[in-house]
Design a protein around this ligand. Sequence first.
Ligand code: HEM
Length: 486
Amino acid sequence: MSTNNNKLTTNWGAPVGDNQNSMTAGSRGPTLIQDVHLLEKLAHFNRERVPERVVHAKGAGAHGYFEVTNDLSQYTKANFLSEVGKRTPMFIRFSTVAGELGSSDTVRDPRGFAVKFYTEEGNYDIVGNNTPVFFIRDAIKFPDFIHTQKRHPQTHLKNPNAVWDFWSLSPESLHQVTILMSDRGIPASLRTMNGYGSHTFKWVNEKGEGVWVKYHFKTEQGVQNLDANVAAQLAGENPDYHTEELFHAIENGNFPSWKLSVQIMPLEDANTYKWDPFDVTKVWSQKDYPLIELGRMVLDRNPENYFAEVEQATFSPGTFVPGIEASPDKMLQGRLFAYNDAHRYRVGANHQALPINRPVNEVNNNQRDGQMRFDKNGGSSSIYYEPNSLGGATESPADNVTPFEVSGEAGTHAYSHDDHYTQAGDLYRLMSKEERARLVATIAGAMAPVESDEIKLRQISHFYKADPEYGEGIAKALNLQVPVQS
Ligand code: HEM
């Protein structure tokens, strides 16, 4: 039974007599604890926030669809990629990394590019960035890295000493630092940047044969970036510039789109390729592994409610569907744990059941209870365990992860590849003279506040090893000499 008389109610559904004046003893008060509507309203208000994401806190989201434009089903049995023309609903959340929920959109920072595909075989998430590489390549370094990007424990200020100290002691960051400090470090809009899965993933076909893949989303709006001075001005005048721009574009029917392509590597090449394909600080040359078109993503609907859809959205790089699996990338392996753990803490044990997160197909298992169990929790069924002589859902061996060989000694192994300079240098040499000049000026500007010359010199020697001109340019801009190279 429902009564639709548009009466204001409490959360328990009782009509509210007065929503303007609290109940007081006489006209001057004091206020009475008997006003349970007031108590409920204030108490609920106190709980309006969930913890913000520890990274990628500031974000904007949109709904859309993904359509297959090229049949790659010989490489993957993923059902949503099975035929040309197949459409899958999806949701995307763009974000900055280091800032808090209210921070400015137009800062120099990588942008998160998290895509949730609601496939018929469960959700599939690609939780990438607008950069094809990352700063570090082992999950064990992530909390330390993020500490350097966040605020100093005493001053609560951003700390360039920590940023450059960490980077200069972690030369694997050089490639990503070069991208971040380049023109691509501040996109003009969320619509005018590319997205990347960044890690290597495994695709598996119906026959159980695998390949390694990397994802590339190329913006169909064209890559456009913001001049650093304009970005700084916008950060002050309209900290929500990108969020607003995306919302209005979609509201006006100007739907942004991206072409999704993949690079495909035969499994055995991983043993011989010149770069370790599981090192997320390196790219695969597109000459060696060209881009192959897969499909197109279109964003055509804004969220109706920011909190319900964007804040409560939970993405994890471990949310796979049959035909798509993890690779041994040590960053990815750590992320397989980190995200769902964050979701249980930030949103709750039953976060997957929220409308924005739940799959379009039926969820059928014996997981029960937990805080905020807001579905029927399996109802009165006696099938709440498995195996079960009464029947119920059973496992499907064909959907099992494909077996893979592991070998070697268990231990804390360093990567065998330590060339962090070639790819960063190649990127520098690809830039025009003007782009290089802006890159050098941006880096010198960012390093200028660093108090220690030792840190500056250590970092300059990395730039120098990538390309002597690169290192010399920055040294000169900082009034320093490139240290003697060993
Ligand atoms: C968000 C951890 C590396 C992209 C997050 C969150 C955590 C986290 C805890 C917040 C999740 C939430 O509260 O919902 C880590 C760890 C990493 C790592 C431990 C390394 C071991 C990366 C890399 C990328 C990335 C390499 C991209 C290639 C993102 C994105 C989000 C995010 C896009 C925001 C997702 C959203 O919009 O909800 N990360 N991260 N992270 N991370 Fe990472």
